[in-house]
Design a protein around this ligand. Structure first.
Ligand SMILES: NC(=O)c1ccc[n+]([C@@H]2O[C@H](COP(=O)([O-])OP(=O)(O)OC[C@H]3O[C@@H](n4cnc5c(N)ncnc54)[C@H](O)[C@@H]3O)[C@@H](O)[C@H]2O)c1
Length: 380
């Protein structure tokens, strides 16, 4: 097992990464939390069936009662309605300030449970036990919690850190391959924004990683978590540096919104978003053709990114390009090499439109072999 520290202005905790961790959560949890009256395990029925037993048995062995709060799977549950139901259930079961929440699931369960922990009785303790690759490499670390509104994702929430994170590599065994591949895109992001060695490792070991080799997955999770912990440690509230974690997310979120969060998994939308941002950087001359090709090649090698229906104008509008008419230019996190990015504040709507067109052409016709700067669809 490896432990990666997360140190921010408001929190200091460990992300434990390894195999067979589920059974030892109770001991570690009780050691950290001190007095524990009850444990509430927030999970979906499927994950409960697959992975709850060792967690529950660990607490039972210490004489701590465990109740399960069930949340059906899917992004549709990350809503205020679910939060209210869970608060009512906690109150009915007389959960108190010494109660502990365990988020056992993917990013949806993690974000929802974190927010539940932040607001129930003005804040109780919780741990993250991420069961998807995306949640292990990204969403369980850094303290962003929240739910969606009709107007957009994650619009209501709070920065609220867990007491600890337990990323058990073994749970990824039951994860559908498409989910694994989508989660890898967040690790590609981590490589591009600050860890060229992780990027090169993923290039060299794609097959082994996709086969679910535990050592390879542990390496990817560990490096991604180190990257995220380093960024969050310097900028907990996203006032500056943390924005680099949004590489690929500006267009990615627009794709998710345009397809009503149904056609693509989050990581897949981010994959397309990274393609668009990479082509934008390339067309500005900020990134070499060689590095741009390496990034887009790895994105495509990790996942057969699904095609989606959305025209460029709609994607530009959803990205915020329409606002440009009023307020000038757009902010974008763009790579300057593999391992470094820049926050660029003067992207024009024409440039964004060019990059979105390039991405859509790539979706329909495959990766271009000619340098993009000379192709007709990129506007100067
Ligand atoms: N807080 C953050 O910093 C942050 C960062 C990135 C993403 N997110 C959020 O994360 C969410 C996406 O998370 P996700 O990709 O983990 O999706 P998810 O939580 O919906 O999980 C994906 C699917 O995998 C299933 N599953 C989970 N673990 C499994 C396992 N071990 N075996 C079999 N099936 C399993 C789930 O039941 C679900 O059907 C989004 O809501 C996104 O906004 C948050």
């Amino acid at each position: 097992m490896t432990s990666v520290p997360v140190k921010t202005d408001s929190a200091d905790y460990q992300v434990h990464i390894g195999r067979g961790l589920l059974g030892s959560i109770a001991k570690e949890y009780v050691r950290l939390a001190g007095r524990v009256s009850r444990v509430f395990l927030v999970t979906s029925p499927q994950i409960e069936r697959l992975w709850a037993a060792p967690v529950r048995d660990g607490f039972a062995a210490l004489g701590v009662p465990v109740e399960v709060l069930q949340v059906p799977p899917g992004e549709g549950e990350k809503r205020l309605g679910t939060l209210e139901r869970l608060c009512e259930e906690l109150a009915e079961q007389r959960a108190d300030r010494d109660s502990l929440l365990v988020a056992l699931g993917g990013g949806v369960i993690g974000d929802l449970t974190g927010f539940l922990a932040a607001v129930y009785m003005r804040g109780i303790r919780f741990v993250q036990v991420p069961t998807t690759l995306l949640a292990q490499v990204d969403s369980s670390v850094g303290g962003k919690t929240g739910v969606n509104l009709r107007a957009g994702k994650n619009l209501v929430g709070s920065f609220y850190h867990p007491l600890a994170v337990f990323a058990d590599i073994d749970v990824l065994r039951t994860l559908p391959e498409r989910e694994l591949r989508a989660g890898l895109q967040e690790s590609v992001k981590a490589g591009v924004i600050g860890d060229p060695a992780l990027f090169a490792y993923m290039e060299a070991n794609t097959g082994t990683i996709l086969q679910g080799d535990p050592n390879a997955l542990q390496h990817v999770v560990e490096a991604s978590v180190r990257m995220k912990a380093a960024v969050v440690g310097q900028d907990e509230r996203e006032n500056g540096l943390r924005m680099i974690l949004n590489f690929g997310h500006t267009v990615g979120h627009a794709i998710e919104a345009a397809t009503e969060y149904k056609a693509l998994l989050h990581g897949e939308a981010i994959g397309w978003g990274m393609v668009a941002a990479t082509r934008l950087a390339q067309s500005r001359g900020m990134l070499t053709d060689g590095d741009a090709d390496r990034i887009t090649a790895l994105v495509h090698r990790n996942a057969d990114l699904p095609r989606f229906q959305a025209d460029a104008d709609r994607l530009v509008a959803l990205t915020g390009g329409d606002k440009k008419k009023r307020s000038g230019t757009l902010n974008f996190v763009l790579p300057t090499a593999i391992g470094t990015v820049e926050l660029v504040r003067d992207v024009t709507e024409a440039e964004l439109t060019g990059a979105v067109h390039a991405m859509l052409l790539e979706m329909h016709f495959g990766r271009p072999s000619a340098p993009l700067a000379t192709t007709p669809w990129v506007h100067a």
